[in-house]
Design a protein around this ligand. Structure first.
Ligand code: HAM
Length: 422
């Protein structure tokens, strides 16, 4: 029996990789323009890091972590997200010493043991960005602007941004108590999970999608009514900065997030396009002003977000993925093979995407293979061509074929493919 891959762990096949590459390139371009630098972090961390940051009463920590003991019995975990590892590195490598605000971005796989479905996987990929060292709501607004700029540059429209403020350790406890009181006579309707958490983490019930929790939390008090003056002022500052930057965002007072480290601003970006089905959150994030200190670093207010790569890729217009046509170079006859490899190398130097085919077989069977490979052009070098000092170029879309001097080929192919893309 052949060995299969693991449920929820995907192979990203070449055609999809072209889309991913375009997203990654665009993200690097946009994020760099906003002053962010890349950081690459390990995929495995000490389990404790996630317990202390994401929170022990969250779905991720309670049910979704890939945790294992190494040979020395140390408990390690595949990272379920990138913020906690980044903060760990920020403290450990003293990245705060460099400048007052540190702007970092990262890309890579994350792991959560969730029930796989379209847009939800056990290994999935995020592109994340974090600003560490500023409390200003301008940082939140600018990061959201950066996200919007990326979407626009990828040709994605119709996304909706929802924002909320969850308050801070000064004002949230009073809200928690109020919510607990509101839910006190409705606990029977809550799912077992939320029932168990209500003492420590009643906000989770607001985020729960089970029908019982949805009805129990209907009409629940809104956190926005409990913000202290500082948090209220911060949220107001965010909204006016977003207005100024022309970023449309809707306030959703019910939005809480599945991770405990958030303070003040939280947000979620969803796609209304229908392509994504139930898993329509493309990106999410917020402020985590207490996390760096919680993990042993200096008090450092932060804001960040992560984009779900698989979901974003589903929204990218495939026609906008830049693709140079594949040119298959066929050398026919004795001695042509070697010459062919050399000519193919020259054409690559001139900017074409060329595969040299040195397989045996008739011209007909090799042309069929070129077709299966999706070649846009086939260049033939046979004895006639060598003698005449030209090459035969066949346009696989139109079937037109012509003999032409080697140095004219790059301009011909580039010109035609630009014409076809326009
Ligand atoms: P999150 O909401 O858990 O936040 O994940 C962010 C995004 O990752 C989601 O909106 C979704 O697009 C994608 N995602 C999450 N789980 C899956 C999954 N199982 N399969 C496919 N995609 C998924 C965070 O991870 C925070 N670290 C974001 C953040 C950064 N907050 C501050 N800084």
């Amino acid at each position: 029996m052949s060995i299969t891959g693991i449920r929820g762990f995907n192979d990203i096949l070449p055609e999809e990789c072209a889309v991913w590459r375009r997203i990654e390139d665009e993200a690097v371009r946009v994020f760099t323009a906003f002053g962010f630098s890349e950081i690459r972090l390990p995929v495995v961390e000490k389990t404790e890091l996630f317990l202390r940051s994401i929170g022990e009463t969250t779905d991720i920590v309670e049910k979704q972590m890939y945790t294992f003991s190494d040979r020395h019995g140390e408990s390690l975990a595949l990272r379920p997200e990138g913020t906690a590892p980044l903060v760990r590195a920020y403290i450990e490598k003293r990245l705060y010493a460099a400048s007052p605000a540190t702007r970092l971005f990262y890309m890579g796989p994350m792991f959560r043991y969730e029930r796989p479905q379209k847009g939800r996987y056990r290994q999935f990929h995020q592109i994340g960005a974090e600003v560490l060292g500023t409390e200003s709501p301008m940082a939140d607004a600018e990061a959201l602007k950066m996200l919007e700029t990326l979407f626009v540059s990828l040709g994605i429209s119709g996304v909706e941004i929802e924002i909320n403020s969850l308050g801070c350790p000064r004002c949230r406890p009073a809200y928690k108590e109020e919510l607990k009181g509101f839910l006190a006579d409705k606990t029977e309707r809550l799912c077992d999970n939320c029932k168990g958490r209500i003492g420590k983490n009643p906000l989770r019930a607001l985020d729960c999608k089970t029908p019982g929790c949805l009805t129990a939390t209907h009409g629940a008090p809104a956190v926005s009514d409990f913000l202290c003056d500082a948090c209220g002022g911060h949220f107001k500052g965010l909204r006016s900065a977003l207005d100024m930057l022309g970023v449309a965002a809707k306030v959703n007072p019910r939005m809480v997030r599945g991770l405990d480290y958030y303070t003040r601003t939280t947000f979620e970006v969803t796609s209304g396009a229908g392509t994504l089905g139930a898993q329509n959150a493309i990106a999410a994030g917020g402020r985590y002003d207490g996390l760096v200190e919680e993990l042993g670093g200096p008090a450092t207010p932060c804001f960040g977000f992560a984009i779900g790569m698989e979901r974003l890729a589903l929204l990218v217009d495939r026609n906008r993925v830049e693709k140079r046509p594949l040119v298959l170079f066929l050398a026919m006859g004795d001695g042509a093979g070697e010459k062919g490899v050399e000519v193919a190398a020259r054409l690559r130097d001139a900017g074409l995407r060329v595969v040299a085919d040195y397989a045996e077989g008739s011209l007909k069977s090799r042309m069929k293979r070129a077709d299966r490979m999706g070649a846009g052009y086939v260049i033939i070098l046979g004895e006639d061509e060598i003698r005449e000092g030209v090459l035969t170029v066949k346009d696989m879309t139109t079937g037109a074929q012509e003999k032409i001097a080697q140095d004219k080929i790059p301009a011909l192919i580039k010109g035609r493919s630009q014409g076809a893309q326009a």
